[in-house]
Design a protein. Structure first.
Length: 158
């Protein structure tokens, strides 16, 4: 699992602007990357950015949407891992579904938004990539700050 953890850490860094050659995200000028420091408060910056994407969703290009969901979801997941002291690990969709086939009815296919999950040391699963996609589609009721805050609180109570 350490390998997939490393991959998603790199995706989070790409979202924060660490690499010049990463795939472009939607409206990068609307994301204040200088404030993305893998802390829970930085997710308020991400919420503001996602609000802009939601309000302008008709203008989003598919390829940029994919990299935004992947990199943005990785960033949210890495904030959760950072704040919860790595209580979580990333796991690929195929690997998780092999162990939890009962979830195939709810999550029937591997997509950008479901390609990987965060799993805590008790096996509970969280979907930060899907949360990014839902915010873009549905709006601010899908706050990534609130989402992460809940996962972090559960980890600290465990």
């Amino acid at each position: 699992m350490a390998e997939i953890d490393d991959v998603f850490h790199e995706f989070a860094a790409a979202f924060a602007g660490a690499f010049r050659d990463s795939k472009p995200i939607c409206f990068p000028d609307k994301l204040d990357r200088s404030k993305l420091d893998l802390t829970l408060p930085s997710l308020k910056i991400v919420d503001a950015y996602l609000t802009h994407l939601h309000l302008n969703s008709a203008q989003l290009k598919d390829e940029e949407w994919h990299s935004t969901v992947l990199y943005g979801g990785a960033y949210v997941g890495e904030v959760i891992r950072n704040e919860a002291k790595n209580h979580f690990s990333w796991i690929d969709y195929d690997d998780y579904m092999a162990e939890h086939p009962e979830l195939k009815l709810m999550i029937p296919e591997r997509t950008v938004a479901t390609c990987a999950f965060l799993v805590d040391d008790k096996g509970a699963m969280s979907m930060p990539l899907n949360k990014i996609a839902r915010f873009i589609d549905e709006g601010e009721e899908n706050s990534v700050h609130f989402f992460a805050q809940c996962d972090i609180a559960k980890a600290k109570d465990a």
